[in-house]
Design a binder for this molecule. Structure first.
Ligand code: HEC
Ligand code: HEC
Length: 257
């Protein structure tokens, strides 16, 4: 069944406007030092372990652990995921830990740590050694897709299966669009594959208007592996088109230390 992309995008746009005005009008203030402290040390009294233990000291996530990159992710998106975990709208079915981690922080602390980590790695133009090592993953016996096949899906979708082009929402090579469309480019391979399967099976269902469940539902395992191989390793700037500039990220909060 085809769904109306125009209708879905219209609804999402309304949702995005509501979301950004909530962020803008709230006079949001964050404490970066507190965010840094939580990221590095966790919160002892509520038993929240240090984020860096699983998301890594550089915030780039880990293919071995199956954890996502958080560094440089869109602030509003991180906040939404933390709220969704706290309210059990999303379940961590990888380690069964994020729901209790989110509940162990106050909503202000979730803002603090989200703001802190979203400011990292703003040099998203380069592809450095911190991205997934597809050869190492393959050597561990995990199936890895073909980047050139994934590229076609990212840019054009799969029309005969009704799979929409990732780029139409997530932008060039999945670099993300504030506030609603997360950065999925240079996200960890293992995590991307796991999330696509979760959207497909419906075990992750915190996407507005089932937008990602509709994208993933007709994708085969190979389609998913291919798209993840491409997205996890490609640059965020269309150098080849003569444009090396990244869209400006605006910061919908004020900081105090
Ligand atoms: C024990 C390991 C562990 C610790 C500690 C941990 N995380 Fe996670 N985190 C995970 C795993 C695993 C996932 C993927 C869960 C899933 O499949 O939904 C995840 C997912 C997330 C996501 C969703 C990201 C996305 O792209 O959707 C956010 C945000 C997040 N963690 C933030 C944090 C913060 C902030 C802390 C520290 C307070 C933290 N995590 C501590 C393991 C951990
Ligand atoms: C019509 C818009 C749209 C299209 C097309 C789309 N996405 Fe998404 N995607 C979204 C939205 C919105 C979210 C955020 C859902 C949420 O709030 O949790 C998302 C989230 C995701 C996530 C979760 C990211 C994370 O860090 O947890 C992945 C992975 C993803 N998309 C991959 C893809 C891939 C791969 C494609 C192409 C095959 C694609 N998307 C096409 C709108 C779209």
């Amino acid at each position: 069944m085809r769904y109306s992309t125009k209708l879905v995008l219209g609804l999402l746009f309304a949702f995005a406007l509501a979301a950004s005005s909530a962020f803008a009008s709230g006079g949001l203030t964050v404490d970066m030092d507190n965010g840094e402290n939580i990221y590095n040390n966790g919160k002892e009294d509520t038993g929240v372990p240090a984020c860096q233990g699983c998301h890594m000291p550089d915030g780039m996530g880990s293919d071995d652990l199956g954890t996502p990159r958080l560094a440089g992710q869109i602030f509003q998106f991180i906040v939404k995921q933390m709220e969704d975990y706290a309210l059990d709208k999303r379940e961590d079915t990888t380690m069964y830990i994020m729901n209790s981690n989110a509940k162990g922080l106050t909503s202000q602390e979730r803002l603090d740590v989200a703001a802190y980590i979203s400011q990292w790695q703003h040099d998203r133009e380069t592809v450095d050694a911190s991205v997934s090592d597809l050869n190492a993953i393959k050597a561990n016996g995990v199936e890895v897709g073909e980047t050139h096949l994934g590229k076609a899906i990212v840019n054009h979708g799969i029309s005969e299966k009704g799979v929409a082009a990732c780029r139409s929402c997530h932008d060039y090579n999945g670099r993300g669009v504030e506030p609603l469309f997360p950065m999925i480019g240079q996200q960890k391979y293992t995590y991307l594959v796991a999330q696509m399967k979760q959207w497909r099976e419906g075990t992750r269902s915190n996407d507005p208007q089932a937008i990602m469940r509709n994208v993933a539902k007709n994708m085969s395992d190979e389609d998913i592996n291919n798209v993840a191989a491409y997205l996890s390793t490609k640059e965020a700037s269309p150098y080849s088109l003569g444009n090396s500039r990244l869209p400006h990220r605006f910061t919908p909060f004020e900081t105090h230390h």
